[in-house]
Ligand binder design. Structure first.
Ligand code: NAD
Ligand code: PPY
Length: 350
């Protein structure tokens, strides 16, 4: 992985560009093209430093390679970060469109080595805007010929992962379990509805008061966003940003299992080992949240219909069970077991 400066890492390519007019800094990181063109979404966010943004892009790109490999998708991993000069909501539409156009120019220069898609703070409408300048874009709106939002399918995949994890952890079915969802956005909100329908008792946290109110209306109990790692629950589902579980949090997390949509849930170098030693079953995020990749790559590259996408997404529970069996047999953390399965599946690809 990358070291302190965010530059020395094992990936294949980094493109950076700064635009003095808007103050935006653009980063594209291609982790691997060994198994095809690379792909991964565009995250737009504020960062404390360029180093932080480079590191985030590298970790996210690496997670995409693992996701593609473990999901048997014929692509490599990459990711873009747009380090914003101000919170996204404070940017006027013409500045945002200008930023997107510059980002699209960068993507286009890579000539298909990297394909983008939606991620935090970018959506299908933004993909439509990018596609005015470059064709290397997943997830345009259906009216523009794309597969549209991947959020629903991601939520369905995380739900399958949650059911498989509860069974493997000896918790049984979701009915009656306490599930704490952090982040009620496009994925977390849908996941909350699926888990509630399955009979789970829901605790929810979001920094957005409207989303919290919406969840309370269908019976969810709110938790302070700062208390998500100290509130007892059966399953913690991080569906906001990554990095929730560092080594110290792993040491005291009062949950039996962790299954969520967020990319890079583990922040600490030893967090996976600590959870494993404590018997907290961790579902590696790049396995659980692959429903979005099945939706985008399935529809737009592989020509799958909705049923085929749904079938592959339903298999996420099976893949995760395989990860847990490798972990149990080898007494290794689930994160290491999933990396091992990803490597084996990548080697088996034509
Ligand atoms: P989103 O922006 O729609 O939702 C994120 C939610 O988290 C928002 O409601 C936000 O208010 C909330 N939030 C932010 N910080 C928080 C905090 N500290 N505490 C509590 N809530 C907080 O994003 P999304 O599309 O739902 O994606 C969620 C996560 O899943 C992201 O990490 C994303 O990278 C990952 N993911 C998404 C997809 C997809 O298809 N959308 C696919 C794979 C992975
Ligand atoms: C992710 O799954 O984390 C993404 O970034 C979404 C995605 C998946 C596959 C291609 C492009 C974007």
């Amino acid at each position: 992985m990358d070291t302190a400066d965010g530059l020395r890492w094992a990936g294949e390519l980094t493109l950076t560009r700064h635009d003095p007019d808007t103050g935006a800094t653009f980063i594209i990181r291609v982790d691997s093209v060994r198994h095809g063109r690379s792909a991964g979404g565009t995250r737009a966010a504020r960062y404390d430093s360029l180093t932080d943004a480079l590191r985030d892009a590298a970790r996210l790109a690496e997670a995409m390679s693992l996701k593609m490999a473990v999901s048997n998708l014929p692509m490599g991993g990459g990711k873009s970060v747009i380090a914003l000069p101000a919170p996204r909501r404070d940017l006027d539409e013409s500045t945002w469109r200008h930023i997107l156009r510059l980002h699209a120019e960068n993507i286009d220069r890579l000539n298909g080595t990297y394909w983008t898609g939606p991620d935090v703070n970018t959506n299908s409408s933004d993909m439509d805007t990018l596609s005015e300048t470059t064709k290397f874009v997943f997830g345009r709106s259906p009216g523009r010929g794309g597969a549209g939002s991947s959020a629903h399918n991601t939520a369905v995949g995380v739900f399958e992962a949650m059911k498989a994890t509860a069974r493997f952890a000896g918790l049984g079915e979701l009915d009656g379990l306490t599930v704490l969802i952090q982040g009620l956005g496009a994925v977390g909100g849908r996941l909350a509805m699926l888990a509630a329908d399955a009979g789970a008792h829901l605790l929810v946290a979001d920094v957005n008061a409207d989303r919290l109110r919406w969840a309370q209306e269908f019976g969810c109990r709110p938790v302070d966003p700062d208390a998500v790692t100290s509130a007892p629950c059966d399953i913690l589902a991080p569906c906001a940003l990554g990095g929730l579980i560092d080594d110290a949090v792993a040491q005291r997390l009062p949950a039996a299992a962790v299954v969520g949509a967020a990319n890079n849930i583990l922040a600490g170098e030893h967090a996976g080992e600590i959870l494993h030693e404590r018997g907290v079953l961790y579902a590696p995020d790049f396995v659980s949240n692959a429903g979005g990749a099945y939706h985008l790559v399935g529809h737009e590259v592989l020509g799958w219909d909705a049923d085929t996408v749904a079938d592959h997404t339903a298999d996420i529970g099976q893949t995760l069970t395989e990860v847990y069996e490798i972990s149990s047999a080898g007494a290794v953390p689930t994160d290491a077991a999933a990396r091992d399965l990803a490597r084996r599946r990548a080697e088996a690809q034509p």
